[in-house]
Write a protein that binds this ligand. Structure first.
Ligand code: SF4
Length: 442
């Protein structure tokens, strides 16, 4: 559970995991969530900002062991959150340790993560966070983030991730697949593959092979996607760069093995600005590639993010971007106005753009994309599509299509007289659409 340490300002969590395999799955779920939110794990109490103790209460001896682990964490660190089986009898813990910050029961991942947020909030940076810009929202049990690597070998001029987290360090394929399988076994229906540069997976280890169920699997983008696609959950790829080898996974999408969805942070289209940003993969062949992907997999959803008002961006560069956007017909797009980030190289790039111009370009960009998104969603009206149910409450039933990642994309509003449960996948007849969402019936 301990991570390779890079010089970092990320909040640090200490973790003590006691008990059986189920408790271990709970621990992994909590750790996965915290990791996806940018927390790091500390090997020592003294280096932790808070310590989580996942307890076991099955036998008296296990309870005693759990209580003494809590006592040790309190003595060594002072800020302790208790979860797991002993959380079902909080009075036993409170009687002995009234200073424990929070106590939650088994499988209450969301409550544990909430308690961590209260002690040390996640550090949110809209440029770099792997989670959505709306901030941290707790992941319901039916989807999970699967982080396949740490760090990044690129050196984009506006980004400080490599300075903070170092170069790419890929997890062995066997480890990623074991985690993915455990998640699916514990009820996860959708795996969201994340990293800083997903398509670079395994480059650092020269695609090292590792054991997965008695077979050797390479730490390679295509191989990992193929294996993940066999687990029986939706597999959604985030932070993929348009390197030529990405073409290889499109067949897995058209065969229904992984979701026909690619999240590619293009950031810009003007060759001059991309060069100044030091972005990996040039824009030249990207449009051809997008057209070829769509030909092979017509249902593909393409999502991206862009920065407008990057230093040196002229009206001509910006117009190039708008024209490119029209040509690319991306389904989902997020857009940031450029901001300096402390320690980023682009801070000293000449030609900073005024706030008024940034704002004006952002509005033009959003209006252009909104028209594209509206038209693309309209083309789904009349079709019947699989929808993963996210929420069922007095306000209605809300789910997501294969083209909607949680938090960052749209949703499907469903009318149904049937009793639907979050996490189920149902065929929905799409009856209407707007700029972001679909509406349908089941
Ligand atoms: S690809 Fe660029 S923007 Fe993304 S983490 Fe690496 S350096 Fe930062």
């Amino acid at each position: 559970m301990l991570q390779k340490s890079h010089k970092s300002v990320a909040p640090k969590v200490g973790f003590v995991s006691l008990g059986c395999a189920k408790a271990l799955v709970d621990s992994e779920r909590i750790l996965t969530q915290l990791r996806a939110e940018g927390y790091e794990f500390a090997p020592e109490y003294a280096k932790s900002d808070v310590v989580i103790v996942n307890t076991c209460g099955f036998l008296d001896s296990a309870r005693e062991e759990s209580l003494s682990a809590i006592g040790e964490a309190l003595a060594e660190n002072g800020k302790v959150i208790v979860t797991g089986c002993m959380g079902a009898t909080p009075e036993l813990i409170r009687n002995r340790y009234p200073d424990v910050l929070a106590i939650t029961g088994p499988q209450q991942y969301e409550s544990v993560v909430n308690a961590v947020h209260k002690v040390i909030p996640p550090q949110h940076d809209p440029h770099f966070d792997l989670l959505p810009p709306q901030g941290v929202k707790l992941t319901p049990r039916h989807y999970a983030y699967l982080k396949i690597s740490e760090g990044c070998n690129n050196r984009c001029s506006f980004c400080i991730i490599p300075k903070l987290r170092g170069d790419l360090v890929s997890r062995p394929a066997g480890d990623v697949l074991a985690e993915a399988e455990r998640l699916v076994q514990s009820g996860v229906k959708e795996l969201l593959v994340i990293s800083q540069d997903t398509s670079a997976y395994g480059i650092d280890t020269k695609y090292a092979k590792s054991d997965w169920k008695g077979r050797e699997v390479r730490a390679k983008f295509l191989d990992l996607c193929r294996e993940l696609g066999s687990l029986g959950a939706w597999v959604r790829l985030h932070y993929v760069y348009p390197y030529p080898h990405v073409d290889e996974v499109i067949a897995l999408m058209s065969d229904g093995k992984i979701l026909p969805y690619l999240d590619i942070p293009f950031q810009h289209a003007s060759p001059k600005i991309l060069k100044s940003m030091r972005r990996p993969a040039s824009s030249e062949k990207v449009l051809d590639r997008i057209h070829a992907w769509r030909k092979q997999c017509p249902d593909m959803t393409l999502r991206s993010t862009f920065i407008v008002g990057f230093p040196g961006e002229t009206e001509e560069d910006f117009q190039f971007l708008l024209n490119w956007l029209q040509e690319a017909q991306l389904d989902r797009v997020g857009c940031f106005r450029y901001e300096n980030v402390s320690d980023a190289d682009s801070n000293t790039t000449p030609g900073h753009v005024s706030e008024e111009v940034k704002e004006e370009r952002w509005n033009r960009f959003m209006a252009t994309q909104q028209a594209i998104s509206t038209a693309r969603l309209k083309s789904k009206v009349g079709k019947t599509i699989p929808v993963l149910i996210d929420e069922v409450d007095e306000n209605g039933i809300v789910g997501r299509s294969q083209g909607d990642a949680p938090e960052i994309d749209g949703v499907v509003h469903i009318k149904s007289a049937k009793r639907l449960l979050p996490g189920s996948i149902v065929p929905v007849a799409v009856t209407a659409s707007d700029a972001y969402d679909l509406f349908g019936a089941y």
